[in-house]
Ligand binder design. Structure first.
Ligand code: PGA
Length: 257
């Protein structure tokens, strides 16, 4: 078992003043939890602010997207190297709010995953099914396709030391989280899918659950064998709620040091 990981996804929220207060509260409230890893993923313009506020603290920071290209005439895009310039160490890739709104293909997402790895960023790959797909019983097929695209393009070893976040689309921002059993079953499926090709990579992969994680449901989720932490949207905008989720990760994870 490795350290549990809790990732805050601020989405398109915040401003300089609000961020400063929220980060001060994070740093203060998360201090006791020294057996977990915490990352905050912010809109691009605030990466410099995160660098100045978080350098020297145990909290890492990252972005919510990156370009699939390294450099060039791609107006509005931001490259992996640019994220590195501001000390980012993580990047969310393929979040459903982007994949749906901006029609990202699985191939595009796979290329971004590779870009992140090549530049020393830890990708957090989001996978998950819609409600219609779950009701039709094809959720594993949908998630398998998202993962297999990366395996086919780059090989399963690329998943070592990266993060996959299982995010059922019907659970994101709805207040209706997956049950611990539903989440565990998909997490086990994901780990097995990679393990078939590369046991070492599957063991070194962290699999987070995302979708309406809150301080009340976090312990039941995090205690499951294949759930290595959470990707947290709404509750990451409130330091008390976020700290409650981090406490759950701390209590269900490795012993405190
Ligand atoms: P939520 O968002 O916690 O607000 O459901 C999760 C996510 O989109 O990562």
């Amino acid at each position: 078992m490795s350290k549990k990981l809790v990732v805050a996804n601020w989405k398109m929220h915040g401003n300089l003043a609000v961020n400063q207060q929220l980060i001060a509260a994070y740093v203060h409230r998360l201090l006791p939890f020294n057996n977990i890893e915490v990352v905050v993923c912010v809109p691009y313009p605030y990466l410099a602010q995160m660098q100045s506020l978080l350098e020297g603290t145990p909290i890492a920071w990252g972005a919510q997207n990156l370009s699939k290209d390294t450099e060039g005439a791609y107006t509005g895009e931001v490259s992996a190297g640019m994220l590195k310039d501001f000390g980012a160490s993580y990047v969310i890739i393929g979040h459903s709010e982007r994949a749906t709104a901006y029609c990202e293909s699985d191939e595009n997402i796979a290329t971004k995953f590779m870009q992140a790895r090549t530049h020393g960023l830890t990708p957090i790959l989001c996978v998950g099914e819609t409600l219609i797909e779950r009701e039709a019983g094809v959720m594993e097929r949908v998630v398998a396709k998202q993962i297999d695209t990366i395996i086919h393009m780059y090989g399963a070893a690329i998943f070592a030391d990266t993060v996959i976040s299982y995010e059922p689309i019907w659970a994101i921002g709805t207040g209706l989280a997956a049950t611990p059993d539903q989440a565990q079953s998909m997490h086990e499926f994901i780990r097995n899918r990679i393990s078939v090709h590369d046991i070492d990579a599957a063991q070194r992969l962290k699999i987070l659950y995302g979708g309406s994680v809150n301080p009340q449901n976090a312990v039941q989720l995090f205690v499951m064998q294949d759930i290595d932490g959470g990707l947290v949207g709404r509750c990451s905008l409130n330091a008390d709620e976020f700290a409650g989720i981090c406490r759950a990760a701390s209590e269900t994870g490795l012993p405190q040091v």
